[in-house]
Write a protein that binds this ligand. Structure first.
Ligand SMILES: Cc1ncc(C[n+]2csc(CCOP(=O)(O)OP(=O)(O)O)c2C)c(N)n1
Length: 365
């Protein structure tokens, strides 16, 4: 099946890039994004990085109990975010998604309050930090057991197909998740049903300390798409515009009824796996530094600068805006105070059983 709008071949040996490291446009088609959209993507990445860095600092200060550093994933995530219709399509994210939920419109205060576990957290501190969600924006709550969200995401997409809506489901995860049984069950079912879903793997080549070579006998993730009857795209995830264009195409073909796709975005996480990890025990510093040189923010900034859409003054201004946004969100999240302890008895059961009613009154004295 060939789509009229098809720009990319699936199953390429080399990762797809549309800009060079120095920010030149290298795709064999015309850029069709306006200045506002291009600048927005860059600003979204600045915000994602700033939020992530501040949450790591708050973790060190004991104000956040856990973080899953996201630095290095921003290009892939901003591409995914801009490819879907925010608030219309469904998103099943994973814990390393920071730029992604923010870029589709999850308010900064909600993300920050979720990480801090204050009363401004819509999930009322019931989730691990870095598990953002938004009912209003169709963002499911991220799941800690890796790949456990793949079958529900496939089910969501099948449901949209049966209902005849044009909503697409996008589901993100890391390379390690693809070794789980749930991953294969969910991707297989989506393939068999022709479900409108895009599986987006942010492959940072590590699952905590387990390197990619120990994770799978394949030399890639995207090739697994063959077995499930869907196209597999291999993308340079440090190239934000490549992530965007490939995701846009995969989302469009799902929306047009051509079924699922698997997109592998090659990225790198600059930080440890989480705030409970010392990555210097398993990753050479030279490797981390080499990837930092391929930074997705710097790449998009060079692209914008070449086109006369960005300069030092714009950078300074954007940084100030982002800093104020994050400061404000943290202040608001803190001001909301702690979640009331009795909240643990609310929202889960339609009819609260007698024993819980009793426990609640015992607790509240
Ligand atoms: C079912 C299950 N097994 C093990 C874990 C512990 N665990 C948490 S994150 C993780 C690594 C996941 O790696 P990957 O999917 O590549 O994503 P990344 O964290 O690298 O972004 C593991 C093994 C878990 N959360 N769930």
């Amino acid at each position: 099946m060939i789509l009229e709008s098809q720009l990319f071949q699936p199953f390429t040996d080399e990762p797809i890039a549309v800009t060079s490291e120095s920010g030149e446009w290298i795709a064999p088609f015309e850029l069709d994004l306006g200045p506002d959209k291009l600048r927005r993507m860059y600003q979204d990445m600045l915000l994602g990085r700033a939020v992530d860095e501040r949450m790591s600092r708050l973790q060190r200060q004991g104000k956040v109990s856990f973080v899953a550093p996201s630095g290095g994933h921003e290009g892939a995530q901003v591409g995914i975010a801009h490819a879907l219709r925010a608030g219309h399509d469904w998103l099943f994210p994973y814990y390393r998604d920071v730029t992604l939920p923010l870029a589709i419109g999850v308010p900064v205060v909600e993300f920050v309050a979720q990480a801090m576990g204050t009363a401004a957290d819509p999930s009322r501190a019931r989730q691990m930090p870095y598990h953002a969600s938004s009912k209003e924006l169709n963002v499911f709550s991220a799941a800690s057991p890796i790949a456990s969200h793949i079958p529900p995401a496939a089910g969501c997409a099948i449901s949209m197909k049966l209902r005849g809506t044009d909503q697409v489901t996008v589901c993100t995860f890391g390379d390690g998740s693809t070794s789980e049984g749930d991953w294969h069950a969910g991707v297989n079912f989506a393939g068999a049903q022709g479900a409108p879903i895009v599986f987006a793997c942010q492959n940072n080549r590590y699952a905590i300390s387990v390197g990619f070579e120990k994770q799978t006998g394949s030399d890639s993730i995207y090739t697994k798409a063959h077995a499930y009857g869907m196209p597999g795209y291999f993308v340079d995830g440090m190239d934000p515009l490549a992530a965007y264009y490939v995701m846009r195409e995969a989302v469009q073909r799902a929306r047009d009824g051509f079924g699922p796709a698997l997109v592998e975005l090659l990225v790198y996480r600059y930080g440890g796996h989480s705030s409970a990890d010392d990555d210097s025990r398993y990753r050479p510093r030279a490797e981390v530094e080499a990837w930092r040189k391929r930074d997705p923010l710097a790449r998009l900034r060079r692209f914008l600068t070449r086109r006369g859409l960005w300069d030092d003054a714009a950078e300074k201004e954007a940084e100030a805006v982002v800093r104020a946004q994050v400061d404000d969100a943290i202040a608001q999240a803190q001001a909301a105070g702690d979640v009331a302890v009795e909240a643990m008895f609310e929202d889960v059961l339609a009819e609260v059983p007698e024993r819980l009613v009793k426990q609640r009154s015992e607790l509240l004295g």
